[in-house]
Write a protein that binds this ligand. Structure first.
Ligand SMILES: C[S@@+](CC[C@H](N)C(=O)[O-])C[C@H]1O[C@@H](n2cnc3c(N)ncnc32)[C@H](O)[C@@H]1O
Length: 229
């Protein structure tokens, strides 16, 4: 029997935001993959376990995905991850790779997905609610109206390039650069908000840019928003 890999988006934090499809696919899989050494300790696992209690009984494998920007280290890790998964698919296994938010948005799953497919194996993407969509709902504000544009900015790589873009700018992956990103936006007189740990324990909501503290964690979204009607 041919194996299959699913990249399953588990949403940003609250298990209630997992889709029915994500829950069904996880239930039907016999192997659960999550990025990190200890799959059961990952954020994605903990979210999924909140909606699929039987997850704890399933076989789990941690997939090493280093947090680095070094292209050689990343290439090597992605190649090894894909090889490991292809071996399991060759045994006919149904594997779910859990990923935070939606697999199509800055997800490490995407590297594996492409490699597994180009090796001729089956791989499918199961949508999840992206963190910036849930963060917008948590703040109680829309992201774009009428003809406004929406830009996703990986802020630890390029936040200054975003200056002058019209519409709404969603700053993701700001990490340690969060205070710098906030200050750049404030210096340009932009308006916006931020959400840290959306739907997770310790969620914090900041309704204006000047409320954002220096110690924002990796799980944060900063939004600079053009005024609506
Ligand atoms: C590697 S990206 C993954 C994005 C994810 N695939 C998605 O659809 O949201 C990680 C970034 O997503 C954002 N993020 C993910 N979960 C979040 C949450 N619960 N609250 C706030 N930001 C979150 C942060 O900007 C974080 O740096």
């Amino acid at each position: 029997m041919e194996g299959i890999l699913y990249g399953v988006g588990v949403g940003p934090g609250d298990p209630e935001l997992m889709t029915l499809q994500a829950v069904r696919v996880i239930r039907e899989c016999d192997l659960i993959l999550a990025p990190g050494k200890e799959p059961r300790e990952t954020v994605a696992w903990q979210i999924a376990a909140g909606a699929v209690p039987e997850l704890e009984e399933k076989e789990a494998v941690g997939i090493h995905m280093p947090m680095t920007k070094d292209p050689d280290t990343l290439k090597k890790a992605h190649g090894e991850a894909a090889e490991r998964i292809i071996q399991e698919l060759a045994k006919g296994r149904r594997a779910a790779f859990l990923t935070l938010g939606d697999p199509c948005i800055y997800s490490t799953y995407l590297y594996v997905h492409k490699k597994v497919r180009s090796a001729g194996c089956r791989a499918e993407i199961i949508s999840g609610i992206p963190s910036f969509i849930a963060a917008s709902a948590a703040v109680g504000e829309g992201l774009v109206e009428n003809a406004q544009m929406l830009h996703l900015i990986p802020a630890s790589y390029q936040s200054e390039e975003a200056a002058g873009l019209p519409g709404t700018k969603v700053m993701m992956k700001a990490g340690k650069a969060a205070a710098r990103v906030r200050d750049e936006l404030l210096a340009r007189g932009e308006k916006g908000w931020a959400v840290e740990r959306c739907g997770m324990e310790g969620e914090r909501i900041f309704h204006s840019l000047d409320e954002i503290p220096d110690d924002l964690s990796y799980y944060s979204i900063i939004v600079a928003k053009e005024a609506g009607e």
